[in-house]
Design a binder for this molecule. Structure first.
Ligand SMILES: [Zn+2]
Ligand SMILES: [Zn+2]
Length: 289
């Protein structure tokens, strides 16, 4: 029996400091991977000084090239670029950018990315959202306003959005849902992903019609499979940066672990097809493997 195809619903590559997409994609494919949602990092992760929109344009060029390389290695790829909520803090603290200018820049980056989605060069906007750590009130509001601009593009142009959010349970989902109602997001909710979701929050978001990605860390997987209906997609959130090893989950390790738990009988085949294939096909409109 062929191994169950595995999807990585959210990850990154860094051709400047890390392995780069081609090598990651090859290893992931060897381990049974078929699909990768590949998102930009921030400009400075690629060694680009953030001077303004042009720096983000260069960042986007890199992620588009990386997506192409992952495709050439045999994966189906969704390609996204964004303005990470941590960029707000970094631009103010490290690059001394005026907060008003950061908001303008964030919105113009998101607008530019939405244009590329309409042209079919990118599939969506991500990451955008809110800081998951303590930050200033002004910065939290800036991040929220940039997220709202991205949600407007999901509504108007069919862009997929990956949201990076704080983890305060239902309140996190409620603020997105209130925003969605205010801007008239409607059925476009089905394109707005709660990335790095915790199981309880993810179930709630899913019940409101949002797609969800859940971290596929080895120690979490048995719990996730036991507790959750298969409404979600797994993610490695691999950042491909040797200087930030931390709790790295390699996409191929995630795939191996899923197969191992399946072979031990801890998760069923139908369940895994829902998580790794059906949910991906529905969200991204890609051909199944
Ligand atoms: Zn994130
Ligand atoms: Zn990420």
């Amino acid at each position: 029996m062929a191994a169950i195809p595995i999807a990585d619903g959210h990850g990154h590559s860094n051709p400047v400091r890390g392995m780069g997409a081609a090598r990651i994609a090859e290893r992931f494919k060897e381990a049974g991977g078929w699909f990768w949602a590949l998102l930009s990092l921030s400009p400075w992760n690629y060694g680009i000084e953030p001077a303004g929109l042009e720096s983000y344009e260069r960042m986007i060029e890199i992620v588009v090239r990386e997506c192409k390389e992952a495709e050439d290695a045999g994966l189906r790829v969704a390609c996204l670029a964004g303005f990470h909520p941590a960029d707000v803090d970094r631009l103010i603290d490290r690059y001394k950018m005026d907060p008003t200018r950061v908001l303008e820049l964030g919105r113009s980056v998101v607008d530019h990315i939405a244009g590329l989605c309409r042209e079919g060069i990118l599939d969506g906007i991500g990451e955008v959202g809110r800081q998951h750590y303590k930050t200033g009130a002004e910065r939290a509001v800036i991040a929220q306003l940039i997220l709202e601009r991205a949600l407007e593009h999901a509504r108007d142009y069919g862009c997929i959005v990956h949201m990076h959010l704080e983890h305060v349970g239902r309140i996190t989902v409620d603020l997105v849902e209130d925003t969605a109602k205010r801007i008239g997001l409607g059925d476009a909710r089905a394109r707005v992903v709660f990335h790095h979701s915790k199981p309880g929050t993810g179930s709630y978001a899913s019940s409101l019609g949002y797609p969800v990605t859940i971290p596929g860390a080895q120690r979490l997987l048995p719990h996730v499979f036991r507790e959750l209906e298969p409404f979600y997609i797994l993610e490695s959130d691999y950042i491909d940066d040797p200087s930030r090893p931390g709790a790295v989950v390699y996409p191929w390790e995630m795939a191996e672990e899923v197969h191992r738990l399946h072979s031990k009988g801890l998760v069923g085949e139908e369940y895994l097809y829902r998580v790794n294939v059906d949910n991906v096909v529905k969200l991204y409109g890609v051909e199944p493997p």
